[in-house]
Design a protein around this ligand. Structure first.
Ligand code: HEC
Length: 174
């Protein structure tokens, strides 16, 4: 008799436990389903943009195309990244200004970007680094920069040798 009572309460306890576990599992799966589910396309877009962000910061694009980035060890908010710079780079080639990539990318299709990115540019733009990137990496940079949206002003235009820059310059010898 006593044994049966113990078994009975164990059974009730077990039933209660499994009911609790079931409802916990049900509410967990409910919580997971609640946020908007990303489509495979959205997941790919996120991965591509992340890759572009990684490349922009590790391939040095911010060093010249983001004001104050190199001098501050990269302590510039991402909202100001790649807006170009009015500090000129002066040498035998004249004076060049790192263009505003945030505005530049808006005007291009991905196909146009792949062509433009691989064309020679004046020093000190490391255009050969872009030439040697895979299409995948170039497109990641493209989608990343576009994901930041347009911002800032156009950088000053290129000046041929001998012309005086209205803004400060970094001088290269020779
Ligand atoms: C050492 C400085 C420097 C670095 C680093 C740099 N750029 Fe530039 N970039 C420039 C300058 C200066 C120009 C303007 C060149 C000109 O007037 O021909 C330029 C121009 C460009 C252009 C325009 C090219 C064209 O054909 O009009 C693109 C696109 C560009 N940079 C992308 C990048 C990307 C992407 C990175 C990172 C991988 C990068 N740059 C790194 C200095 C730099």
């Amino acid at each position: 008799m006593k044994k049966r009572i113990i078994c009975g309460s164990a059974a009730i306890l077990l039933t209660g436990l499994s009911a609790a576990m079931f409802s916990a599992a049900a509410s967990r799966s409910h919580e997971q389903a609640a946020p908007a589910i990303e489509t495979p396309r959205q997941v790919i877009e996120t991965v591509v943009v992340e890759r572009g962000r990684y490349l922009a910061r590790t391939a040095g694009c911010n060093d010249c195309h983001t004001p104050g980035y190199a001098g501050s060890g990269g302590a510039v908010p991402e909202t100001n990244w790649l807006v170009g710079d009015s500090i000129g780079w002066q040498g035998a080639w004249g004076t060049t200004y790192p263009i505003n990539l945030r505005l530049f990318m808006q005007q291009l299709t991905p196909e146009q970007w792949l062509i433009v990115a691989r064309k020679p540019a004046r020093p000190p733009m490391p255009w050969f680094a872009l030439r040697d990137m895979t299409d995948q990496d170039l497109l990641a940079i493209y989608h990343y920069v576009r994901s930041l949206g347009p911002a800032g002003e156009a950088a000053p235009s290129y000046l041929p040798p001998g012309e005086v820059s209205a803004t400060p310059v970094v001088k290269f010898p020779g």
